[in-house]
Design a protein around this ligand. Sequence first.
Ligand SMILES: *Cc1c(COP(=O)(O)O)cnc(C)c1O
Length: 230
Amino acid sequence: MLTIAERWAQVRAEIAHAARDAGRSEDDVMLLAVSKRHPAESIRQAYEAGARHFGENYLQEALEKQAQLTDLPVHWHFIGPLQSNKTREVAEHFEWVHSVDRFKLARRLSEQRPEHLAPLNICLQVNVSGESSKSGVSPTEVESLAEAVMELPHIRLRGLMCIPAPETDVERQRRPFEVLAELLRTLRHQHRQAELDTLSMGMSGDLPAAIAAGSTLVRVGTGIFGPRPS
Ligand SMILES: *Cc1c(COP(=O)(O)O)cnc(C)c1O
């Protein structure tokens, strides 16, 4: 069994390799450690290995772990499905939300973001694989949603996120990532003043394809922590 520190180093090396192959700098790809269903102690070990950004999917579980880790200056990202009755706690306890796919969620997050905190960074989750996933705004609606979200005062729209249908072939993995990258290019072209610098795409099984397509933030769970306890 590898330790979390050894796995962390392996994932960093995989990112460096994929970035080099794509003619990119590994410094342009943030590694988000997805710690869902792993205990606070594992987060502590990943922190000691160098992880600073952690992603959680389930609000209650995340709040419990955050309470055990108040001594660690980490950046918390909410990446799971979000319901409107959960937005207040997400707005209060996270720096980033990757899974915004409708205006109502963004508006509530903005209204509920505490005044003493910096604006909440958000990515719009896009349904790039059509029918296979229920969450995410459709590619044709990204532009109008983004424009509405950019008007909100306590939100900073940072970019787009996707979770494509699983594929093993690297060329097939790349297509939905190219679609997301193109959508972000279009948005950036139309809104040059906005801070649209984030393409949140790529997980343990498709990280090289995502980096080849321009990912700036990969969300890795299994690769860092091993299989999730069931
Ligand atoms: C669980 C999860 C991940 C990490 O998945 P792994 O395959 O374990 O790397 C990334 N993104 C989201 C949205 C997830 O829910």
